[in-house]
Write a protein that binds this ligand. Sequence first.
Ligand code: SAM
Length: 213
Amino acid sequence: MRFRNKPWATDFIAENSFYCIPDPENQKGKWNEIFGNNNPIHIEVGTGKGTFVTEMAKANPTINYIGIELFESVIVKALEKAVAADIPNVKLLNVNAQKLADYFEAGEVDRVYLNFSDPWPKTRHEKRRLTYKGFLDLYKEVLVPQGEIHFKTDNRGLFEYSLMSFSEYGLLLKYVSLDLHNSEFEGNIMTEYEEKFSSKGFPIYRCEVKYPE
Ligand code: SAM
């Protein structure tokens, strides 16, 4: 994702700490208190400009959503959407997902979404792929038993790699589509990247996997 430095972003993030949580390491184990309810928590790792989490939060008021994004200059766009939506069930974290276990207690997360994750095509960058086994360990650490990962991408190479990675890890395949927009799947909410690539005619690949008992 390309981004420009946005000097006003730091201030905007600091002013909107209701949505973009400034100290997530101090909230570990307390996310239900932050949301003020015991509803399930779904996280999107690599949330980008936030259309998915904010639209999912609007459509599903009894689920709490947390979008996690590395870059301040990108998450600020997600924050603008969350502020405009003015809803209590979406939060944002400007952190690296490599430290997920610093922010969530074991079993605190009910589902992980990965949408159009960076493909990192070079073999030497494999560990950066969000479906690499190191990340699958992390998700397992914070997810409920039998928690799920829902993954979609336009990148066939990353999709094939991810199916292999999930399978080698022992995850169970619940759903797979090689052309989401021409499938019977209902209730799809498009991400920014999904809009961009599907409008160019690329098929969207999607799967749901579950950790075994
Ligand atoms: N999910 C959005 C979409 O579908 O439009 C954004 C997709 S973009 C290709 C991938 C995003 O993941 C980028 O904004 C990137 O900064 C973020 N990202 C990649 N690795 C990350 C990590 N380890 N922790 C947090 N965010 C990460």
